[in-house]
Design a protein around this ligand. Structure first.
Ligand code: ATP
Ligand code: MG
Length: 284
């Protein structure tokens, strides 16, 4: 029986995600692939959790199980105490845990405001008028009122990402699930997105499950960074990030930040080496 890792004490709100002994084996024509071995972790309501780990170790597989896209083979995932995935059961994707996709999931034929209003109309049965009002208010709040009528493909990728986050947040989910959302952005847009996400997180305190390969990004944003072992995924190390909030990209130059990065780099490097050696063995 795996030991449950303690989550830091946070608010008593909603959005607690409990991962207990989660295992996932894909059956493919090339044989069985064990993507997740045994993942056990408690994520507190309102916690920002970042997950890092070697490519192909099973991070997206875990996110897909939480999101309701793909079933687990064993173990259990619960949201606020309600089982959403276990062997033989998978709760369908819902407005309570929303995925922000990395490669533009906005409808290109709808304006920004219509994209944001879409979820409340379709998933929460809000009237169109009410949903549009809420969408305009949200755009106003984050300083994006001037792009309300624009179409997504006319916008920079940074602004598209911001609109995607608003589209997720307007449904008032318990948790946001993000899979390398800023991977394709240039350094300047990425830094602007970090500021935006920090602002949104610090004002809404939604639980965030955030996958990244960028160690600086993980430390800057998260309350805890979990390093996954190389495939099959399991929790290898949990690093508590006790940098004060509100946070700013300027903190990346601080002594505390650099210490945390040195620690994290050491753990990640060890797993990357293992992944590399395994790749060489598999090719041999
Ligand atoms: N549908 C599938 N069928 C069979 N194997 C799969 C399937 N999806 C993923 N895998 C395998 O499961 C393992 C984990 O994949 P996953 O996409 O979860 O890794 P990841 O950690 O997200 O990688 P990356 O960092 O490159 O995004 C990989 O070996 C992958 O090839
Ligand atoms: Mg992935």
């Amino acid at each position: 029986m795996a030991v449950l890792l303690e989550a830091p004490a946070r608010n008593a709100g909603t959005g607690a995600i409990s991962l207990r002994g989660v295992r996932k084996v894909y059956d493919s024509s090339a044989g069985a692939v064990e993507a997740i071995a045994d993942w056990t972790l408690e994520i507190a309501p309102g916690e920002f959790l970042a997950v890092v780990g070697p490519s192909g170790c099973g991070k997206t597989t875990l996110l897909n199980a939480i999101a309701g896209f793909d079933p687990v083979t064993a173990g259990e995932i619960a949201l606020d105490g309600t089982t959403i995935a276990c062997a033989g059961y998978l709760a369908p994707p819902g407005a309570d845990r929303v995925v922000v996709f990395q490669n533009g999931a906005l409808f290109p034929w709808k304006s920004v405001v219509d994209n944001i209003a879409y979820g409340p109309i379709v998933q929460r049965r809000m009237s169109r008028e009410q949903a549009l009002r809420a969408a305009h208010a949200l755009l106003e709040r984050v300083g994006l009122a001037d792009v309300a009528r624009a179409f997504p493909l006319k916008l920079s990728s940074g602004v598209q990402r911001r609109v995607e986050m608003l589209r997720a947040l307007i449904n008032d989910p318990k948790a946001l699930l993000l899979d390398e959302p800023f991977r394709a952005l240039d350094a300047i847009s990425k830094s602007a997105m970090h500021e935006e996400l920090l602002r949104l997180y610090e004002s809404t305190k939604k639980t965030i499950f955030f996958i990244t390969h960028d160690l600086d990004e993980a430390i800057l944003l998260a309350d805890r960074v979990v390093v996954s072992a190389t495939r099959p995924a399991r929790v290898k190390r949990v690093l508590h990030i006790d940098l004060p909030r509100p946070r700013s990209p300027l903190m990346t130059a601080s002594r505390e930040f650099l210490d945390l990065r040195a620690q994290l780099t050491g753990v990640v490097h060890e797993e990357a080496e293992k992944a590399l050696r395994r790749g060489e063995r598999e090719l041999a």
